[in-house]
Design a protein around this ligand. Sequence first.
Ligand SMILES: [Zn+2]
Length: 76
Amino acid sequence: MGSLGDASGVPGASGRCVSCGKELTFNEIGATRKFVNRAAVSFYCRDCLAERLGVDAALIDRKIQEFKKQGCTLFV
Ligand SMILES: [Zn+2]
């Protein structure tokens, strides 16, 4: 009930980036799960995730496309 950053346990829930507060897309949530922790409950937007991982945001995009092609259900 509006508790901050708690989008866990809600199917298809979106959330907000824990770093900058930006509203997240399904793929950004998937990316956090994929690149940080499969069981993550707090998520990063693409830019903050890239910064956190020390990579270019474009690389995150590319990886998402790759995983999509492999049929990964974390991405649409
Ligand atoms: Zn962010």
